[in-house]
Design a protein around this ligand. Structure first.
Ligand SMILES: *[C@@H]1O[C@H](CO)[C@@H](O)[C@H](O)[C@H]1NC(C)=O
Ligand SMILES: *[C@@H]1O[C@H](CO)[C@@H](O)[C@H](O)[C@H]1NC(C)=O
Ligand SMILES: *[C@@H]1O[C@H](CO)[C@@H](O)[C@H](O)[C@H]1NC(C)=O
Ligand SMILES: *[C@@H]1O[C@H](CO)[C@@H](O)[C@H](O)[C@H]1NC(C)=O
Length: 338
């Protein structure tokens, strides 16, 4: 009996230690870069041809970019709307990251909890994985996947980059029908963390933000600024502009924003000092990018000690795509599509 208890203590003690040791800090490489691979809108859950194609695609992304990638970020809709087996579908979606031993984390899209697993249950499942850096945000604000991660220097333990993750919910914003958003209580949470980190680090450190549903400024950047990539559908943005972009400007830390949601849009542009980027739809299901565009992943290679990153699309045929330039040309969308 005592032997058994002792065994359990040692065994679980080992597990806890192992788990702690594995959550080693995120860190810039010795060459001063930190590479992120953004996967978005995988839409797993048909357990048939689409999932197989998504698997084949992920295999190619990890083959071509895995070695150089320091963190894989899933910006929502890992699952299909109304998925009947969300548990298995989730495991399939994050299978490559885990089996290939890549640090990764997620933020929820509007469809992830449309099966029988809630956001709370999904995040708990995800956080149980050895390579997951996902976290559950504070209970008293909207959404679940609200958290931040710090990336340390290549040869120091100083924070050099902050990554913010926001949960843009399912649908409707402050009672206005349409798509979800980041609510004012989440913006207050971000402001508090941003101020706290500024204090802790002695200065404002560069930051990037990741979430699923774009804010309305994604329409404006396409209308007014030079962009790279395509806009083949109307921007399905927040039904209310709660002011997150404005708060990013005021706080001065976030200089790049990365979203998903609109499968036919993949552009990036600089809107008054902040890069606004879509990922490229990475998986199959729901609806696909507009041909000749094919599924892919956005690679973001961040430079240490600067507010700069390089970015490109690696597509499912292994090719590195340089996105086509788009000049503002008077075609304007001013209202988010529902
Ligand atoms: C960073 O912190 C770790 C753990 O506390 C320590 O082992 C390491 O020497 C530190 N590295 C530098 C460059 O200060
Ligand atoms: C602000 O952030 C700090 C650091 O995470 C935390 O300890 C504190 O509870 C937060 N305050 C509010 C009001 O959220
Ligand atoms: C950009 O475009 C929209 C209309 O599409 C407009 O409302 C806005 O004022 C324009 N200018 C800037 C600087 O964003
Ligand atoms: C503006 O650009 C879009 C996308 O590149 C294109 O489809 C459209 O025809 C252009 N409009 C004008 C007026 O040139």
């Amino acid at each position: 009996m005592i032997k058994k208890i002792l065994f359990c203590l040692i065994f679980f003690g080992f597990l806890i230690l192992k788990n702690k040791a594995e959550k080693e800090p995120l860190r810039f490489r010795s060459d001063g870069t930190f590479q992120i691979m953004q996967l978005t809108d995988l839409h797993y859950g048909d357990f048939s041809v689409n999932d197989i194609e998504s698997d084949l695609s992920q295999d190619i992304y990890f083959d071509t970019e895995g070695e150089n990638t320091d963190l894989v970020i899933f910006t929502g809709d890992l699952l299909l709307p109304g998925v009947y087996d969300p548990m298995t579908a989730w495991e399939n979606a994050v299978y490559f990251a885990n089996s290939k031993k890549h640090k990764y984390c997620i933020t929820f899209g509007n469809h992830d909890d449309s099966g029988w697993l809630s956001r709370d249950e999904l995040i708990a499942i995800d956080m149980g994985h050895e390579y997951s850096y996902s976290q559950k945000g504070p209970e008293n604000i909207h959404g679940v996947s609200n958290y931040y991660l710090e990336v340390l220097g290549s040869n120091s333990n100083e924070t050099k980059l902050i990554l913010y993750f926001f949960d843009t919910g399912d649908s409707d914003c402050e009672g206005v029908p349409g798509w979800g958003c980041v609510y004012p209580d989440q913006i207050e949470w971000y402001k508090n963390i941003s101020n706290y980190l500024k204090e802790k680090n002695g200065e404002t450190k560069p930051a990037l933000a990741f979430f699923h549903i774009p804010f309305p400024e994604y329409m404006y950047v396409w209308n007014n600024n030079t962009c790279y990539g395509v806009k083949e559908e109307l921007v399905c943005c927040w039904s209310q502009n709660t002011g997150l972009y404005q708060t990013f400007l005021e706080q001065g830390d976030v200089y790049g924003v990365f979203v998903g949601h609109d499968h036919k849009n993949d552009y990036i542009g600089n809107y008054n000092g902040i890069y606004l980027a879509y990922g490229r739809k990475s998986g199959f299901g729901c609806y696909e990018p507009e041909p000749p565009t094919i599924q892919g992943t956005r690679i973001i290679r961040v430079e240490e000690n600067s507010r700069q990153f390089q970015t490109y699309i690696r597509n499912r045929e292994s090719r590195k795509e340089i996105q086509e330039i788009h000049y503002p040309n008077g075609t304007s969308q001013n209202v988010c599509k529902n």
